[in-house]
Ligand binder design. Structure first.
Ligand code: DX5
Ligand code: ZN
Length: 219
């Protein structure tokens, strides 16, 4: 799956930017990745619920909301209620990640758990039983256009093994620095879903960039 990140899109034209990556299954974006930042958990501020609500009405692409915020215990369920397909919270910020997953699912969305590059996976394997997606960060969260951190591929491999051996049922998603140079290594590590911001919206034709990344990941 390919999930273009609108962090690198033109925020004044979000509806058009979503349309630019839409397309039939297997061709257009599978998910539209929406980076919510609060200037506390990360040193950047982006968008919140009203924008997600508007986007939900503007596109049929399932919204993959990545909450880089403090106190996700309080805010996550609102994004599920706003119609997000997937609501992902950071384990470093969550007080009760099992309860958050239950709340997100009860509100009708899939639950995602994200881990920063320096956060190990082992302590959270049991918690991940309650989740649908693991979002492995391959840059420090906060900004688009950063360089891929190859060390995180070990965690992607570890997650792949846990899924393939039946210990967990998860979509393994990776976020940060995914482009033509890095997507193949991530695919080899067993990643299912690739977030790409600058590689898609920095391209002249974002739709074509999505198709090219998908082809490379499948190689
Ligand atoms: C970073 C965000 C990413 C960002 C990725 O904190 O979570 O989703 O948009 O951008 P690129 O693909 O440019 O690294
Ligand atoms: Zn993200």
């Amino acid at each position: 799956m390919i999930a273009p990140s609108i962090l690198s899109a033109d925020f004044a034209r979000l509806g058009e930017e979503a349309a630019a990556v839409a397309g039939p299954p297997g061709e257009g974006a599978d998910w539209l990745h929406v980076d919510v930042m609060d200037a506390h958990f990360v040193p950047n501020l982006t968008l919140g619920l009203p924008v997600v609500q508007s986007l939900r009405a503007a596109t049929d692409i399932p919204l993959d909301c990545h909450l880089m915020i403090e106190d996700p215990d309080r805010w996550a369920v609102g994004y599920a209620e706003a119609g997000a397909h997937n609501v992902t919270v950071h384990v470093e910020a969550a007080a009760d990640p099992v309860r958050i997953a239950r709340d997100i699912r009860a509100a009708g969305a899939k639950a995602g758990l994200s881990i920063k590059p320096g956060t190990p996976l082992d302590p959270y394997v049991e918690v991940l039983r309650h989740y649908d997606t693991l979002l492995v960060m391959s840059v420090e969260p906060g900004f688009g256009g950063q360089s891929f951190i190859p060390d995180v591929l070990d965690k992607a491999r570890q997650a792949r093994r846990l899924v393939d051996t039946g210990h967990l049922t998860l979509v393994v998603e990776i976020d940060g620095g995914i482009n033509a140079d890095t997507i193949e290594a991530a695919a080899e590590a067993g990643v299912d879903c690739f977030v790409a911001g600058s590689a898609v919206y920095g391209a002249e034709d974002p739709g074509r960039a999505v198709r090219a990344l998908r082809e490379q990941a499948a190689n």
